[in-house]
Write a protein that binds this ligand. Structure first.
Ligand code: 5GP
Length: 183
């Protein structure tokens, strides 16, 4: 890796957030959730595919009885920009009635995806419904949706790694990289 740059498809990306910084943020979120739920059982609803890495790390930092469910939402399609078109592509056997639910998202950009998901999940009458996201782009989502647990607030640029992809690759990178514009 030269100058912390990597190549994915046609684009170069530059190291942005290290695995150590991510680990610290995930530990902080896990401790907050453990404290806030005060020994109550929690259902984590993991938004596939991007949140899988965040979810597997976060749940091991949470000291509460908890269960896991998975949901799939697609908003970006292929490329760097949110399509604004949110499809709930996969949706199986969710019984959330009366339960404390935390949705685990990798990143909230425009907030459209999480907003649609919350509408679906709210219909299942959970006792409570909150959102934990590792990354938030506050300048883009401008308060469209309430995010209760946030790892990092970042500028409105495209990032990859730690579950996040660029046209399906890059999810396995342990650090997070940002789109590198040629000087
Ligand atoms: P939103 O609906 O909030 O605009 O977008 C949410 C989804 O778009 C995320 O779950 C993620 O899949 C994708 N997304 C948004 N921003 C980025 C980004 O910077 N990098 C990557 N790889 N995906 C993103």
């Amino acid at each position: 890796m030269k100058n912390n740059l990597i190549q994915l498809h046609d684009k170069q990306f530059k190291k942005f957030i290290s695995r150590e910084q991510i680990h610290e943020a995930v530990q902080r979120l896990g401790a907050q959730i453990t404290h806030d739920y005060n020994a109550n059982e929690v259902v984590f609803v993991v938004v596939l595919k991007g949140s899988i890495v965040f979810a597997t790390d976060l749940i091991r930092e949470v000291n509460l009885p908890c269960t896991l469910e998975f949901i799939r939402a697609e908003s970006y399609g292929a490329g760097l920009h949110s399509s604004g078109n949110v499809k709930v592509a996969h949706y199986t056997g969710l019984d959330l009635a009366g339960k404390h639910v935390i949705v685990l998202e990798d990143i909230v950009d425009t907030g459209l995806t999480i907003k649609q998901l919350l509408i679906h999940l709210q219909e299942m009458k959970p006792a409570s419904l909150k959102v934990a996201t590792l990354f938030l782009k506050p300048e883009v989502c401008k308060g469209t949706v309430e995010t209760h647990y946030v790892g990092f607030e970042i500028s409105p640029l495209f990032i990859v790694g730690y579950g996040l992809d660029y046209n399906e690759i890059g999810r396995n990178l342990a650090d997070v990289y940002i789109l590198h514009e040629a000087p």
